[in-house]
Write a protein that binds this ligand. Structure first.
Ligand code: AMP
Ligand code: MG
Length: 344
């Protein structure tokens, strides 16, 4: 009897304790967009909010993943050179945004990169270095200007047979924006989304303290940071050579391809981090600026209001855009911070 009373007391105390000291955050990781995605939510109803986010991310992935044969993007790619395809409003907008970034980057960011991605199969099951002729043949099919939008019917046409759209450089950003919007709708005030390098900090961490985001050191294994960014209600997206790559003949071939050469970008950059309130903008620009290189890339970033960048090159130099300021603190002196003006 005494023992039973004790057990009841302990259970009651534990329950009271749980009610009083709520765990500060709930975190979950799932595989979406072909990458581990982690959602951390502070406050009440966190599990329900996280369920809603992952459900929404899987829905978007089912529409936009070019490597899922039943996705709308696959349907569009199948119809290349034949017929326009009606697409959902949100896909139409993402493609439209992708094409706009094709324009502003002068084709460095190109959502019609699909045939090249397929040829290299970087991050796929059998990556290989294609022959120069193979690359030449496929390069002809990569041109965002051949993706036609038929606005009045929300249709998309890929002009030539063999063309393929690949939204790998922008879809995670769209997903992060949608997730942040959804969390606001649900009433979540503080959350952190990490979709494979696409970070969205919803609100601040606690009591108006900003989120502190570590920027991956591209020379070190994952989890080693070259510096910390303090942000709130903002997205931070990094594109780096370390994300997806394979090695052949002692050389590293990574997943960011130059649409003008057909080869992985080889311009001395190791990573590009973009800070912007829209994660889709940050995602497209991280990839696009990586292809453009230090000088043209930074010039483009400076042309955007509210967009900042941190570029890292192979000589451990850090190039910061003019508005990064105090928000970024390098971890130590292994990197040299270069004044932007000196690159021009
Ligand atoms: P991210 O990790 O955002 O830099 O995007 C890289 C992914 O975008 C690759 O895995 C490809 O699917 C796709 N991609 C590669 N090169 C380009 C490019 N030049 N423009 C647009 N998308 C690209
Ligand atoms: Mg990107």
């Amino acid at each position: 009897m005494i023992r039973r009373v004790c057990v009841i007391c302990i259970v009651t105390l534990l329950a009271a304790g749980c009610a009083l000291i709520r765990p500060p955050s709930t975190r979950r990781t799932e595989l979406v967009f072909d990458t581990p995605c982690t959602v951390t939510v502070f406050g009440r109803n966190a599990n329900r909010a996280i369920d809603a986010v992952f459900e929404e991310m899987r829905r978007i992935d089912r529409i936009m993943n070019a490597y899922d044969r039943s996705s709308v993007v696959s349907e569009l790619n199948e119809a290349a050179g034949r017929a326009p395809v009606s697409v959902p409003e949100e896909l139409f907008r993402v493609i439209e945004t992708g094409l706009a970034f094709g324009e502003v980057t002068d084709g460095a960011f190109d959502i019609s990169i699909g045939p090249l991605v397929a040829l290299w199969d970087i991050g796929g099951e059998s990556p290989r270095v294609p022959s120069a002729t193979e690359i030449e043949d496929v390069l002809d099919l990569v041109n965002y200007r051949d993706v036609l939008l038929l606005d009045y019917q929300r249709q998309v046409l890929l002009k030539r047979a063999g063309m393929r759209i690949d939204l790998g450089g922008i879809a995670k950003g769209y997903g992060a924006d949608r997730a942040a919007e959804l969390l606001h709708e649900i009433g979540v005030e503080s959350a952190l989304l990490d979709f494979g390098g696409n970070i969205y900090a919803v609100g601040s961490k606690a009591q108006d303290r900003p989120w502190r985001i570590g920027i991956q050191d591209p020379f070190e294994p994952r989890g080693n940071y070259l510096g910390v960014l303090s942000i709130a209600d903002t997205s931070v997206v990094t594109s780096g050579t370390y994300e997806r790559y394979f090695e052949a003949n002692g050389k590293r071939y990574h997943h960011i391809l130059d649409p003008s050469t057909g080869y992985p970008v080889d311009n001395g950059l190791m990573s590009v981090t973009i800070i912007a309130s829209s994660s889709m903008t940050a995602d497209a620009l991280a990839t696009g600026v990586f292809v453009l290189g230090i000088v043209d890339g930074l010039a483009l970033v400076e042309a955007f209001d509210g967009v900042e960048a941190i570029l890292v090159d192979e000589n451990r130099r850090l190039y910061l855009s003019s508005g990064v300021g105090e928000r970024f603190v390098p971890s130590d002196d292994r990197f040299t911070v270069v004044d932007r003006v000196k690159t021009e």
